[in-house]
Design a protein around this ligand. Structure first.
Ligand SMILES: Cc1ncc(COP(=O)(O)O)c(C=O)c1O
Length: 407
């Protein structure tokens, strides 16, 4: 068999067999010599931060914006959740405003909305590639709707072009959450170039990681100025010039150096993650699972590789995840759908805006079948082969067990 050097008939690590790899791969950040020297210079000077962001943060913002196109501008912040909150606030989203968000995503967008008293309206997924269902989003637009936040989950681009058309038609703001999809191609651009705002995160396992950090991307000078001000106490250009309420969301200089360094290697990182996923696509043809297909309008940058298990394996999904983990391969059940986060469900029920699994049947059915496996950070092909081999070993074990007579 071509897929792996690991015999898939070997006993599972969870049953006392030898794990597919001796220990898990740590989700660490690679730092070049060049960046190390910059960090050491910073240690010497001690100039670790500045109001309105310091010179390294400014350089990170400039290169990040340039990567996305000449018209783009960026403000660096201290996390992806801060980036979302900043964009939501800059867009004027406040108490009672409704914002359409996908059922399948990470909680941060909902958290940021709730901080402003806004109401996340949970929208189902598109059946083929599990991105935000644009037709349903359109049906959910009502008099209180202010914005749509597609989350490009697992690195798969949502149809941000269609969503922008929808937003323009209804006078809504489009905020793309690109935390898991930095650089993902969609139509003739990259994700983040369709929205009025796009937000990014540089926390653990991201395509660019710097410890903790985030970025907001926008397309014009006035919005950029507003984002800068809101990220820095609401201060205008003058020292004692408090124009509005604001936050303290600046990015420090150490993570800015590390982020810039990661940005320089971004294409390499995307290529490695795609190579890992392409390998999984190839070898998983021998087992009854499906990788979530890429949409016709773009390509995934595979933050993780989402895999749909066949119906007969659903009752052992948690055991499968545990068994793959025991092989020292990173594997999880994806983040729970937004409607099953209890504090959020309660918040929405109080506001008569709860939409649960019955209203999101595609997301509910898919989530019950999903597991996600590692594609990075910086996972070389031989390691991806080990991961893929371990997944096959575990799936074959559970497949055979389920097929065993007398079960
Ligand atoms: C899709 C998405 N949005 C937002 C965030 C929040 O980023 P941070 O952890 O930097 O606040 C994450 C973090 O993993 C994420 O995956």
């Amino acid at each position: 068999m071509k897929h792996s050097h690991i015999a898939d008939s070997a006993p599972l690590a969870i049953h006392g067999g030898v794990p597919s790899r001796p220990s898990p791969i740590a989700a660490t950040v690679a730092i070049s010599d060049h960046a190390r020297a910059r960090v050491m210079d910073l240690v010497e000077t001690g100039a670790l931060s500045d109001y309105y962001n310091g010179p390294w943060a400014r350089q990170f913002e400039g290169e990040f914006a340039r990567f996305h196109g000449p018209e783009c501008r960026a403000v660096a912040v201290n996390s992806g959740t801060s980036a979302l909150h900043l964009a939501i606030t800059a867009a004027g989203i406040g108490p009672g405003d409704e914002v359409i968000v996908p059922a399948l995503c990470f909680v941060a967008a909902a958290t940021a909305l709730v901080q402003n008293g806004a109401v996340p309206i949970i929208c189902d997924a598109e059946p083929l590639n599990l991105t935000l269902d644009v037709a349903m989003a359109e049906r959910l637009i009502g008099p209180k709707t202010k914005a749509i936040i597609p989350v490009h989950f697992w690195g798969y681009p949502s149809d941000a072009k269609a969503l922008r058309v929808l937003c323009d038609r209804h006078g809504l703001t489009l905020i793309e959450d690109c935390a898991q999809a930095l650089g993902a191609p969609a139509y003739d651009r990259r994700v983040g170039q369709f929205g009025h705002y796009a937000t990014y995160a540089f926390s653990v396992r991201k395509h660019v990681a710097c410890g903790e950090g985030g970025m907001v991307l926008c397309q014009d000078a006035a919005t950029h100025e507003k984002l800068r001000r809101l990220s820095n106490y609401g201060k205008g250009p003058g020292w004692d010039d408090y124009v509005s309420a604001g936050f303290s969301y600046r990015l420090a200089e150490f993570p800015s150096i590390v982020g810039l360094d990661g940005l320089a290697r971004l294409e390499e990182e995307i290529a490695a993650r795609r190579r890992a996923a392409e390998h999984y696509w190839e070898i998983f043809q021998t087992v009854p699972v499906t990788i979530v297909p890429e949409p016709g309008w773009g390509r995934s940058v595979y933050f993780k590789c989402p895999i749909l298990l066949p119906p007969e394996m659903l009752e052992v999904r948690r055991q499968i995840v545990k068994a793959i983990g025991a092989e020292n391969v990173s594997c999880r059940v994806p983040h729970r759908p937004l409607y099953s986060i209890s504090w959020l469900a309660e918040y929405l029920k109080e506001r008569h805006a709860y939409r649960g699994a019955d209203e999101c049947p595609v997301a509910a059915a898919a989530h019950a079948r999903l597991i996600e496996i590692e594609t990075g950070p910086h996972l070389p092909l031989p390691e991806a082969q080990t991961s893929g081999g371990a997944v096959i070993k575990v799936l074959r074990h559970f497949g055979a067990r389920l097929a065993a007579p007398g079960r």
